[in-house]
Write a protein that binds this ligand. Structure first.
Ligand code: PMP
Length: 446
């Protein structure tokens, strides 16, 4: 049945639809952290639709509210509804401490890219600037502005010119620091106010300063800094401590907004509501989407400091700017995470999974690094020379699929095994999934 549906999709759907060739499956049902395919096989979902289903597939507590909401009202544009106001209040309750009680929310259309576009417009509108600093390895979306911020040329080369004034600085990585120094313990040798002293962090901050402040730098008229507090698509890269703080200092000194893209890292994924909280750094503007619509309803939002609330009515418009059902689902999902203490669960289970992956890597020199925070997890694979190895991750992905576990890939070389399971993943499911991933590693890396 899966094959029949796949063949039909190939025949009638866009050539742009994408799923790994090694995962020939059509899904029919999903509950919690499991999926069932069209032929009745069950899988543990360690991917959650790219980090969307934080409270699990078809979470009954959320669906109950969705059913009630669909019977009341589904669409109103910007007219007030209880659902809209409840979500704004809920987002304020969980906002990063520096924005709590002092923020505004503009809801976007269905995708994260919409929230990114709103953030770009808001930064430009408030500063009068036109240039943006983003980072290499970043992914921010598929619309024109978001593509311009995204560094991967593969996504955008056919569509240039995009926004002309985006300069990409190098994103720092503890892995680079270790590789360069050859010393596993040298990730962050000393604390400092702006940066932990990790060489890649110091270099990145110097580069950003030069782009903004050096008269011969890259931007004549900067409008802001746009950054993922943990990079997702480039392979779950957690920057060295101090990097975000350093960016905060630079943005404040230059009076430009610091913007965090929390579309993949936010809403509990990292074991905090927002990945920025791990570093205690407050952005001026942040984007969220993916898990915001509760159980996969499309919704995005740009949250910003109230000082930037300068748009006139209609200054940023959109028909689906806040879908009432998605908003109701979003509030319920946040409540569910609060009521079940899923942030602590994500932190504990994330540690467990990372430990198990490291243990699985002990028998082989093919795992370069296991990293992440909470249930935002990456394991980078290398070949015998220590170079990125995407083939082994393809093989692991296929092995896992054949044994009932769905895992995903990331990284510019496709060499990072990426796990973004629902936060409701149980300990037993985590154990079974990591057993199978460990078997896959053993079977593919001898
Ligand atoms: N920003 C980040 C960090 C993302 O991970 C993504 C999606 N992977 C986006 C933006 C774009 O979101 P969407 O695909 O919903 O437009």
């Amino acid at each position: 049945e899966s094959r029949r549906l796949l063949e039909k999709q190939e025949e009638i759907d866009s050539s742009a639809v994408a799923y790994p060739d090694d995962i020939p499956v059509a899904f029919k049902e999903a509950k919690g952290a499991t999926l069932r395919d069209a032929d009745g096989n069950t899988y543990i979902d360690m991917f959650a639709g790219i980090g969307v289903l934080n409270v699990g597939h078809s979470n009954p507590y959320v669906l109950e509210a969705v059913r009630e909401q669909t019977e009341e009202i589904v669409h109103t544009i910007d007219f007030p509804t209880e659902a809209r106001l409840d979500l704004i209040e809920k987002l304020d309750e969980i906002a990063p401490p520096g924005l709590r009680g002092e923020n505004r929310v503009v809801f976007g259309g269905p995708t994260g890219s919409d929230a990114v576009e709103a953030a770009i417009k808001l930064a430009k509108y408030n500063t009068g600037g036109d240039g943006l600093i983003a980072f290499r390895g970043s992914y921010h979306g598929a619309t024109s502005g978001a593509m311009a911020l995204t560094s991967n040329k593969g996504f955008k080369d056919d569509y240039t010119p995009l926004l002309p004034e985006v300069v990409h600085a190098k994103y720092p990585s503890p892995f680079i620091d270790r590789a360069e120094s050859g010393d596993a313990a040298s990730v962050c040798p000393r604390p400092a106010s702006e940066c932990c002293g990790a060489p890649s962090c110091a270099r990145a901050l110097k580069e950003v300063r030069e782009i903004i402040e050096d008269p011969y730098g890259g931007l004549a008229n900067p409008a802001g800094i746009f950054v993922e507090p943990i990079q997702g698509e480039s392979g779950v890269i957690v920057p060295p401590p101090g990097f975000l703080k350093g960016l905060r200092t630079i943005a404040t000194e230059n009076d430009i907004p610091l913007m965090f893209d929390e579309i993949q890292s936010g809403l509990g994924r990292s074991g905090q509501w927002w990945a920025s909280e791990w570093e205690g750094v407050t952005p001026d503007i942040m984007t969220t989407a993916k898990a915001l619509g509760g159980v996969g309803f499309p919704l995005s939002a740009t949250i910003y400091h109230e000082d930037l609330d300068t748009w006139d009515a209609g200054g940023h418009a959109g028909t689906y700017r806040g879908h009432v059902v998605a908003m109701r689902a979003g509030t319920r999902a946040i409540e569910y995470i609060q009521d079940h203490d899923l942030l602590a669960h994500a932190r504990d289970l994330g540690e467990y999974i990372r430990d198990r992956l490291r243990a699985a890597g002990e028998g082989t020199d093919r795992i370069g690094e296991v990293r992440g925070r909470g249930l935002f997890i990456g394991a980078a694979f290398v070949d015998e020379d220590g170079d990125p190895n995407g083939d082994v991750v393809d093989a692991i992905q296929q092995y896992c699929f054949e044994h009932g576990v769905l895992v995903w890939k990331a990284g510019r070389h496709g060499n990072v095994l990426r796990l973004l399971p629902p936060l409701v993943l149980t300990e037993r499911q985590a154990e079974v999934a990591t057993d199978i991933i460990a078997d896959a590693i053993a079977a593919t890396t001898e």
